[in-house]
Design a protein around this ligand. Sequence first.
Ligand code: ZN
Ligand code: ZN
Length: 65
Amino acid sequence: MASMVCTTCRKLIGIGAPTIRCAVASCNTGRMKLRFCSVACWEKHIPTARHRKASYVVEDRPEQS
Ligand SMILES: [Zn+2]
Ligand SMILES: [Zn+2]
């Protein structure tokens, strides 16, 4: 299983930890999956991506037993 890394701070996002995903369509069409460890990291992504209207989705990743 590939572990997820925050796009902004490169911190590993732990298994089972909620992940912040950018809800802007252009961020979800490419191959690159943008994932953030926190809303603060997602906010740092907004100016670099030049979003006019930005929103995010919290993805819960419940641990699989
Ligand atoms: Zn981060
Ligand atoms: Zn985005």
